[in-house]
Write a protein that binds this ligand. Structure first.
Ligand code: BV8
Length: 232
């Protein structure tokens, strides 16, 4: 069989775990310390914006202290190899860290947003930056304060880049899911979309995810080990 030319990869927090970024639902994960309803919903932000800003400020401040791991670098190498032979890698990530960028990946769809961007609720301006956010901060575009929020998709909000993700899956030769529990939709539904189109699907994860039964192939172990092995 010819090697796949158009690959769609979905990543979750497990791909960043070996870089020292906490996952969400593992033991000691983020949701064991915070109630997602308080820090990752619009209602939570409306009720206590200072708590939500502190939750994301702490995660943003931790970014310079972590590095891309071998899995991030292997995915960037895979993208370069596919580009060189006229193929394409579409990397859809649920992660809001910048480790895929720092690992060298280029074609990245951050469907749940990015820690290093902020958004003004008044004018919609999106700005890049690593500074702490607070509601008191004035927007650089409209100069109004009281509207700054993390550029992050919360529960109940519409994820970004869904059309591009659907287009990529439609033309994929292979769908690969890496480091995600398969518990958050619509991301967790991508494998079913791929399979409905007859696209082969592989899971690379520490352990079988909630939708492991959809995959036609799987390898289990730490992403820093199994992703470079799979790419090479
Ligand atoms: C939507 C924010 C409509 C950024 C996140 C009621 C009301 C409203 C909505 C809903 C509802 N009920 C259900 C829903 C839908 C909801 C949902 O799915 N809820 C779940 C909990 C049931 N989804 C939404 O609300 C989404 N929006 O539905 O809008 C819509 C739908 C379609 C089209 C248009 C509109 C919005 C979801 C986004 C929420 N925001 N994060 C942030 O703070 O980071 S979600 C959060 O979960 C993160 O983004 C995270 O990435 C994501 C998924 O988690 P994982 O990445 O998989 O992490 P997890 O810890 O779960 O798993 C880690 C995995 O890694 C494990 O399998 C582990 O084994 C593995 N692992 C660990 N170490 C390693 C490893 N693997 C390899 N190597 C290792 N070393």
């Amino acid at each position: 069989m010819a090697p796949p030319r158009n690959i769609v990869i979905l990543t979750g927090s497990g791909v960043s775990a070996e870089s020292g970024v906490a996952t969400f639902r593992d033991k000691d994960g983020v949701w064991s310390k915070y109630d997602y309803r308080q820090v990752a919903t619009p209602e939570g932000f409306a009720a206590n914006p200072a708590l939500v800003h502190e939750f994301y400020n702490a995660r943003r401040r931790a970014l310079p202290g972590v590095e891309p791991n071998a899995a991030h670098k292997a995915l960037a190498e895979l993208e370069r190899g596919l580009d060189a032979r006229g193929g394409k890698l579409t990397l859809i990530t649920q992660n809001v860290d910048d480790l895929h960028e720092r690992g060298g990946s280029k074609n990245i769809l951050h469907m749940h947003g990015e820690l290093l961007k902020s958004e003004c609720a008044h004018c919609g301006a999106v700005a890049a930056g690593d500074a702490d956010l607070s509601l008191g901060l004035a927007c650089g575009a409209c100069s109004r304060a009281g509207g700054m929020r993390p550029y992050v998709v919360w529960f109940g909000e519409t994820p970004r880049h869904l059309d591009e993700a659907a287009d990529a899956i439609m033309t994929a030769d292979l769908f690969v899911s890496i480091g995600t529990s398969g518990s958050v939709y619509p991301a967790a539904g991508f494998v079913a979309e791929a399979r409905a189109l007859g696209v082969p699907a592989m899971e690379l994860n520490l352990e079988p995810s909630e939708n492991a039964h959809f995959f036609t192939d799987a390898r289990y172990g730490p992403a820093g080990e199994i992703v470079p092995q799979w790419v090479s």
